[in-house]
Design a protein around this ligand. Structure first.
Ligand code: SF4
Ligand code: SF4
Length: 341
């Protein structure tokens, strides 16, 4: 059993976890909201260290990260558990496993095994994903440090609920993150997610300040976060606080979990959201979960630079210095030519 990082011991064998913005105070014998951190006799332990529940060598575009080593593969891992309870979670069987099935599944895989498997599969990075990497932070950290030593990058696919302390600890090994900005209303975060909006906004700004490459994903759920005014405010926040070059992935909802009876998002709603994003000043907007090309264009001369089919890059015309070969505009991102595999 691995002792947790980032917690404080309090009187009466209480502990306060400082890993995510829930900042749970946990009594002896109890667990935090995520159900994977447990107080035993005044010491906080992580229950998911080394417990991989899913792993795969995915295209980096599947995370989705479109401006980070495009065309490369990312070895993706997760453990059970999450600090959120999104009513539409597509991975609810593993994210809510400790809460709903009262068990922590997975099988033992050591950090060095993950790195070795990533290298064997020709991956350029390791992605901590599928559930929420914050709640398996210790496991991710140990793996990420080894990955860096092996020349691999590290990416989080996250709900963005880390504390400043957690981000400060990650700054030396976390290269990029796709962060869900799930809504721009506190009410939605509180009622449908079991969290708050402001800490997500704060951690996005902190990640930006730390130099971590960020892409944003918003799953548009009909009747929940598809109000044009809300989307306008969200897009303006991204543009103002994170920069106009921050890619915004607008994703289509399909019925699942507690929202099995909500219809899929009309594709027209996604196109309208994209228009709103462009009007707010965002220069890279992509639609997700739709059967459409998701290409990258030069934001200055509109030249087609990366053509994708599904998650696969089929053409990349970006120059080795990440510039547009037609007008020399520099494309925001990391290794946009995709030359470092
Ligand atoms: S990671 Fe978050 S939810 Fe889990 S115990 Fe710590 S503060 Fe609570
Ligand atoms: S944050 Fe992600 S993994 Fe966690 S419940 Fe929400 S959708 Fe599922």
């Amino acid at each position: 059993m691995q002792e947790a990082l980032l917690y404080k011991k309090l009187p009466d064998q209480l502990v306060r976890c400082r890993l995510c913005a829930h900042c749970c105070t946990i009594a002896d014998g109890h667990r935090g909201l995520c159900q994977v951190r447990e107080n035993r006799g005044g010491t906080l332990y992580t229950l998911v260290y080394g417990r991989t529940i899913s792993q795969a060598a995915d295209p980096i575009e599947k995370k989705p990260l479109y401006h980070f080593h495009p065309g490369s593969r990312s070895f993706s891992i997760s453990t059970p558990g999450c600090n959120f309870r999104c009513a539409w979670c597509q991975n609810w069987e593993i994210s809510q496993m400790p809460r709903e099935q009262h068990m922590v599944g997975g099988h033992p895989v050591r950090p060095e095994q993950i790195v070795a498997t990533a290298q064997r599969n020709g991956c350029r990075s390791i992605a901590y994903t599928y559930t929420e990497p914050t709640i398996f932070f210790e496991y991710a950290r140990d793996t990420a440090i080894l990955a860096r030593e092996a020349g691999l990058a590290n990416v989080f696919v996250s709900n963005g609920y880390m504390t400043d302390e957690a981000l400060d600890m990650a700054r030396n090994w976390l290269d990029a993150a796709n962060v869900d900005l799930k809504a721009f209303r506190e009410e939605t975060y509180r009622r449908h997610i079991g969290a708050h909006l402001q800490p997500v906004l704060d951690s996005l700004k902190a990640m930006k300040a730390l130099g971590i490459w960020i892409e944003i994903t918003t799953l548009i759920v009909p009747g929940l976060n598809d109000d044009p005014q809300e989307l306008k405010e969200l897009a303006e926040f991204v543009c103002r606080e994170l920069g106009a070059d921050t890619p915004w992935h607008i994703s289509r909802f399909f019925p699942c979990y507690q929202m099995a009876h909500t219809p899929p998002t009309p594709v027209a709603t996604l196109h309208r959201a994209a228009e709103i994003g462009r009007a707010a000043g965002l220069r890279h907007i992509y639609l997700g979960n739709v059967d459409e090309e998701t290409n990258t264009f030069c934001p200055k001369c509109n030249e087609l630079l990366i053509r994708r089919i599904g998650f696969n890059v089929v053409e990349n015309h970006i120059a080795a210095d990440s510039s547009c070969p037609t007008c020399s505009e520099t494309l925001a991102g990391v290794d946009m030519a995709g030359s470092e595999r």
